[in-house]
Design a protein around this ligand. Structure first.
Ligand code: SF4
Length: 393
């Protein structure tokens, strides 16, 4: 297949659905790791077309959503300083900090700019040597190579006015944290194909063995997801665990070794706090010793910020698969994309935004029952044009 509409072919989708319905004999709970996958599943109504006994729950793979509140507040504090140009992907601009967001700070006069690549921020640093250029480096392993490249390039170009506010997180430690929790519900994972494009999937093999779960590296289009779900369910029904690769058109076991080398040169693993979840050991990156001069947290005095989460927001439980967005009392009322209380309602990869955007309202959730499309759904029923995500996980 060459074109995106081929990955949305309705006839083939029906064949996968039929095969899934014929296959499933037991109740199973699967988690899709990535927020991009969540949006495809909800947008095309795939979760509603599966057998009643198959439950999909949404994972922590939305980089904007897991960025700790304290880092948003630090970003705001840095952006407010004179002589700073603060740059970020678009999604981060509307994520609420304790009191305000970056877009509001921009409206108040700060120089906050949306960029499409961290290398755009490097160019700004070249163009404005008299100003401090800061890039908000957020994301999973997917964005790490680009951010590492920006830092490496800034060093090569000798740009003392460039720095990054780093909030990188890693998928395998988060999967382990979910699987080792006493509250864990997940029996099989759809791993995020773009993360594996960079990192390969060898890291997932010991996790699958330790927790006896199937992990299927899966893409992002409807047919990718249906095939990934089928492969995961087949492994579960056959009592197998291990890693399988649905997204072989992009992912190899070893991944992109050039990108991995660059990441290892610029970053080093560290403990990271995940918003709503807490600190997960060795679950993120910080700049390695050789590159600490590009660390915005060290360059700007923002160490003593204390934050307060909204008591209404249950995003942490949603990202661990323990609750769904419509379980939140604020969903669709006090929390909407126009007035978000938490990051999952803002991000293009947030589960709350997906439920809101595609009409999975509270009323529908509180009166569950077989969907009219369950088992016989059409991919066209909920399809609307895709919008690009600025951040990507
Ligand atoms: S609906 Fe809003 S308040 Fe509730 S969990 Fe989602 S982001 Fe948080």
């Amino acid at each position: 297949m060459k074109f995106v509409d081929e990955y949305r072919n309705e006839q083939e989708a029906q064949q996968f659905l039929q095969a899934i319905h014929q296959l499933v004999r037991h109740p199973w709970t699967l988690m899709e790791v990535c927020g991009g996958q969540t949006h495809t599943l909800i947008k095309f109504g795939i979760d509603q077309m599966l057998p009643e006994s198959v439950r999909l729950i949404h994972g922590p793979g939305c980089p904007v959503c897991v960025t700790p509140l304290v880092l948003i507040d630090k970003a705001i504090a840095i952006a407010r300083q004179p002589n700073v140009i603060f740059t970020s992907f678009g999604d981060m601009l509307r994520v609420p900090g304790s009191k305000t967001d970056l877009l509001q700070v921009k409206a108040e006069g700060a120089d906050v700019r949306m960029v499409y690549s961290p290398l755009d921020a490097v160019k700004l640093a070249q163009k404005h040597p008299e100003r401090q250029i800061v890039f908000f480096a957020v994301g999973f392993e997917t964005t790490a190579p680009g951010n590492a490249m920006a830092v490496w390039q800034a060093q090569q170009l000798g740009l003392p006015n460039f720095s990054i506010l780093c909030s990188h997180v890693l998928v395998p430690p988060a999967m382990e944290a979910i699987l080792s929790s006493p509250q864990n519900l997940v029996q099989g994972f759809l791993a995020a194909g773009h993360v594996n494009t960079v990192m390969g999937y060898w890291e997932y093999e010991p996790i699958a063995a330790r927790y006896q779960v199937p992990i299927v590296v899966t893409g992002f289009e409807p047919l990718d997801l249906l095939q990934g779900i089928y492969m995961t369910l087949r492994a579960l029904e056959e009592g197998r665990h291990g890693v399988e690769n649905q997204y072989s058109r992009s992912v190899s076991r070893d991944g992109n070794t050039h990108a991995q080398r660059l990441i290892q040169q610029v970053f080093t693993p560290c403990d990271r706090a995940w918003r709503g979840i807490g600190v997960i050991p060795q679950s993120g990156y910080r700049l390695s010793e050789m590159y600490t001069m590009f660390d915005a947290e060290q360059r700007f005095a923002v160490g003593d910020i204390v934050t307060q989460e909204s008591p209404d927001c249950i995003a942490g439980q949603i990202m661990q698969g323990l609750k769904k967005p419509h379980d939140c009392q604020a969903f669709g009322g006090r929390c909407t994309p126009e007035h978000p209380l938490g990051a999952p309602m803002v991000s293009s990869e947030g589960a709350c935004a997906a439920y809101y955007q595609y009409g999975r309202g509270k009323k529908q959730a509180l009166t569950p029952g077989p969907s009219p499309t369950r088992g016989e759904g059409s991919l066209a029923t909920q399809a609307v044009p895709l919008e690009p995500s600025a951040t990507g996980s």
